[in-house]
Design a protein around this ligand. Structure first.
Ligand code: ZN
Length: 448
């Protein structure tokens, strides 16, 4: 590292450094991303975080995934390490964006572009925190690992390879922290003030393909029941009478328990005595639809369909693909069995394309969770922290093989409008939210 680079990096603000990351088009597709763009991103990281690259060991895993190790200062050499995670890849950005999504512009106090929140926001905040601590001559008490996978959005091989690498070295982290919940307002009607939602688990994931076969033939003399008709019948049944029951599982119960102090009077009467009102609340949330429903029930969304190649040809084989998110109170096998029972009378075969179980639940108390809360108190003293079950999938569930303390929080203050930018249009992050996230990671690293 030459001194000119150090000076150039020091001349930029955290928001400008995040904007430079956004300019690298590290988009992953199922067939993989452009390695050149990942190399560009790595060069930006080296240039903007010279102390990180001087003092931490860096290993490339699976080509583009990165693992950094910051050796702990002791005194206890057996102290268990901390892993901070973020992913380098982003989803595609199409549609009518207000600004080009990969220009990485800082304007109106915001960093604009794909990945500004998800997840280059976390990537940047983690590196900012470590760089600034290094500049002060600080070191963590126990080893700190930074694990940055390169294909989270496609559930690729980066995170599993990082986990294997750590496993082979006997690393058993006391705390693993990945993206996930955020510091939000107006998440539930009737809840006052801001709430930090901390993912202690995440739903399971199941992609199923249903296939209908027939003799095919000309569309001018169709049989009474066509393959697409049978598949549509399945969709209609699942959507009219969802086969999965809502349940107020222990994670959701604990969330409402911790949320109760921030609730307005009448709501506290409903959500306070959940031992009494639990079944009612479960049905209420299910009836609310959207994210509230997704918290308490396994969901099924049909997302892809295929028939024949021509308008006048009956398909010999037609298929539909469903994406199911398995609630933490169920298993993949139970969900699969129920879907197969629905498919069988319609003479549909069911193929599992991808499946993983809901993640084990990390405790919402104890040393690791308390570290997260203590860092929150330092930076956001007025926020109510609550555990929750993430409805989306992250790389974090892979790390449950290494630790029973895996948490999911993107430590940004995000209102509803900003949250819409994640995987949506006009993703952007206020520079002030980025700087508070840096302070939060600094506090978390210091408390170890
Ligand atoms: Zn993400």
């Amino acid at each position: 590292m030459i001194m000119a680079d150090v000076a150039a990096a020091a001349g930029r603000t955290p928001a400008e450094r995040l904007a430079r990351m956004v300019r690298c088009r590290t988009v992953t597709q199922p067939e993989g991303g452009d390695p050149g763009e990942f190399r560009r991103l790595h060069a930006v990281l080296e240039e903007d975080y010279p102390l990180v690259h001087r003092h931490l060991e860096r290993t490339r895993v699976r080509g583009e995934s990165l693992l950094y190790r910051w050796p702990g200062r002791g005194p206890d050499p057996a102290a268990r390490p901390t892993v901070l995670m973020a992913h380098q890849d982003v989803v595609e950005a199409t549609g009518p964006w207000g600004r080009p999504p990969f220009d990485g512009v800082v304007a109106d106090g915001m960093v604009h572009g794909r990945g500004a929140i998800d997840d280059k926001g976390c990537l940047c905040a983690i590196l900012e925190a470590v760089e600034s601590l290094l500049a002060e001559g600080a070191a963590p008490a126990s080893d700190l690992y930074l694990a940055f996978s390169h294909n989270e959005e496609t559930m690729g091989d980066g995170a599993p390879a990082l986990v294997r690498f750590l496993e082979e070295r006997g690393v058993r982290p006391a705390l693993v922290l990945d993206e996930g919940g955020a510091i939000v307002e107006g998440l539930f009607p009737g809840v006052r003030g801001r709430v930090a939602v901390i993912g202690t688990t995440e739903k399971g994931y199941l992609n199923l393909q249903f296939v209908a076969r027939s003799a095919g033939g000309h569309a001018s003399a169709p049989p009474r029941r066509t393959p697409l008709g049978r598949l549509s019948e399945l969709v209609r049944r699942v959507e009219r009478r969802p086969p999965f029951r809502p349940r107020l599982n222990p994670v959701v119960r604990r969330m409402f328990h911790d949320l109760a102090p921030a609730m307005a009077g009448p709501l506290r009467w409903l959500f306070g005595p959940l031992w009494l009102t639990g079944p009612l609340v479960g049905r209420l949330l299910a009836a609310m639809g959207g994210e509230a429903r997704a918290m308490v029930v396994t969901t099924c969304a049909f997302t892809m369909a295929q028939g024949s190649g021509a308008p006048n040809v009956l398909p010999e084989e037609a298929s539909m693909t469903a994406n199911l998110r398995v609630a933490v109170h169920e298993t993949v096998a139970e969900v699969l069995a129920r879907m197969e029972r629905l498919a069988k009378p319609l003479d549909l075969t069911c193929r599992v394309l991808h499946a993983h179980e809901p993640a084990p639940v990390s405790p919402a108390d104890g040393e690791a969770y308390d570290r997260i809360l203590a860092a929150l108190r330092t930076v956001h003293p007025d926020v109510t922290p609550v555990p929750y079950a993430m409805i989306a999938a992250t790389d974090a569930h892979r790390f449950c093989a290494l630790s029973s303390h895996v948490y999911r929080l993107s430590p940004f203050e995000l209102d509803r409008e900003l949250r819409k930018g994640v995987h949506g249009l006009d993703e952007r992050l206020p520079a002030a939210a980025l700087e508070k996230a840096v302070a939060w990671y600094r506090a978390l690293i210091a408390i170890s």
